[in-house]
Design a protein around this ligand. Structure first.
Ligand SMILES: [Zn+2]
Length: 438
């Protein structure tokens, strides 16, 4: 990563600003933030770098399990269910140590950066040694992720997950012992040893209502809290039979549906659940490419939005790392589910992937090209075979572009990806993934 000069300037051929698209925009960046955003009529004091294409704000990938990247192309074959996929994922989880976890995360985050992702919410539950003992540094695995993000050049919100049970009233078994801290007080104590900095935020997660018993649902109200919620009907059934409540109702009872809460997937919900998630204005993170890969189902994204919840997006298992595809898929899935078109506008979906996503990760000053915001710029090729002739606006980003169209990425004023990086990233991924399976 190059050093940050005190002030940089870019002349954007076209940019997606809060008020809409504009041609010839001059941005200046000082100390990692936008110092000015204005029409490029006057010559700047210093020469501005020319960025041809459509420049959009940085994308927030709000739900990632970096190590799942090693499953791509390996778990898609044959007939199976979410639960058989999970067995394959567990066999990978058994193999990792802090070094291999770091190498895999670094390559995965480099893939993210090259696709325009400038912040990642890493939902991290692989805490301890394979036998369940803490490492000498009990946060060795979490720190590996933080260092990987730092070297890849994107911000990370480490969503350190509490995972205490194999299911309701069932002790962790097998590799799940790596995930468990014993109880939520021990979990909170370990997490409290991690600290925020300029590009790192420590957040928290309940893995699910299967993995965290009702009496352990406590968390710091001042930090982001993410929870896998109702991804599978079996989870709802287990919760209903044990507690007589849906997972959403349990979270509400525990006072955990707050302004910093994100529920992930929210696929199989009752009308009451939708009402609870809407009236509390929580973030709802959809991961459509993973949800279709795992056969989860299609969640009620628009109904949640209309009830008051706020949509964000994630690539979760990394079957695909492409937030343009995630944006598009939210609308396309609604079309398949309802046999109607036009549920989400392109602008709404871009906002979900940028400003709202960043806010849900604790980066409320990121996701808009506007004075004072952190200076992230993601420039798309508007002349590729996919994007040419599509208008070079938010419709292009949502309905035409792919991660392959990202030419240039700036995070906090630093250039972190350029067109031409992809071959090297491919080699890094190949090496990291071969190493864990060898
Ligand atoms: Zn997940």
């Amino acid at each position: 990563m190059s050093a940050t000069p005190a002030t940089t300037a870019y002349h954007l051929e076209r940019a997606l600003l809060p008020a809409g698209v504009a041609d010839d925009v001059l941005v200046t960046i000082a100390d990692g933030r936008f110092a000015s955003v204005e029409p490029a009529v006057a010559q700047p004091a210093e020469p501005a770098s020319w960025l041809p294409g459509l420049t959009v704000p940085g994308l927030a990938n709000c739900h990632s399990h970096a190590f799942h990247r090693a499953l791509r192309g390996r778990t898609q074959r044959g007939r199976s269910t979410f639960w058989t996929w999970r067995e394959q994922m567990y066999s990978l989880a058994e193999r990792l140590d802090p070094d291999s976890y770091f190498a895999l995360a670094l390559a995965t985050y480099r893939e993210m950066v090259a696709s325009g992702i400038t912040s990642v919410g890493e939902f991290h539950y692989l805490h301890h040694t394979p036998r369940g003992r803490p490492y000498d540094d009990p946060n060795a695995m979490g720190r590996a992720l933080i260092e990987a993000a730092r070297q890849a050049g994107l911000r990370i919100t480490l969503l350190d997950a509490c995972y205490l049970a194999a299911g309701i009233n069932r002790e962790p078994e097998g590799v799940q012992r790596r995930f468990s801290d014993g109880d939520s007080a021990q979990w909170a104590k370990r997490v409290s040893m991690l600290t925020d900095d300029e590009t790192v935020k420590i957040g928290q997660a309940f893995h699910s209502l299967r993995a965290v018993p009702r009496d352990q649902l406590s968390a710091d109200p001042d930090r982001p809290l993410h929870v896998h919620l109702s991804e599978q009907r079996a989870e709802n059934d287990e919760c209903l039979s044990a507690y007589g409540r849906t997972p959403t109702e349990l979270l509400a009872d525990a006072g955990q549906l707050g302004p910093l809460t994100t529920v992930v997937h929210a696929t199989h919900l009752t009308d009451t659940d939708i009402d609870l998630l809407g009236t509390t204005h929580v973030y709802v993170d959809f991961c459509p490419t993973t949800e279709r890969d795992l056969g989860d189902g299609i969640g009620p994204s628009r109904r949640l939005h209309e009830a008051g919840a706020q949509l964000t997006l994630g690539s979760d298992s990394h079957a695909v790392i492409d937030l343009f595809e995630e944006m598009r898929a939210v609308e396309m899935d609604e079309r398949l589910a309802t046999q109607q078109r036009g549920h989400w506008t392109a602008d709404e979906l871009v906002t979900a992937a940028t400003a709202t996503g960043h806010a849900s990760l604790g980066w409320g000053d990121t996701g808009r090209i506007e004075v004072g915001q952190r200076a992230d710029l993601v420039t798309l090729d508007t002349r590729s075979p996919r994007t040419a002739g599509t208008g070079a606006d938010s419709q292009t980003a949502v309905f035409a572009a792919s991660a392959e169209d990202v030419l240039h990425v700036v995070v906090d004023g630093r250039v972190v990806a350029r067109d031409g990086d992809r071959a090297e990233i491919g080699r890094e991924l190949e090496a990291a993934i071969s190493a864990v399976w060898s």
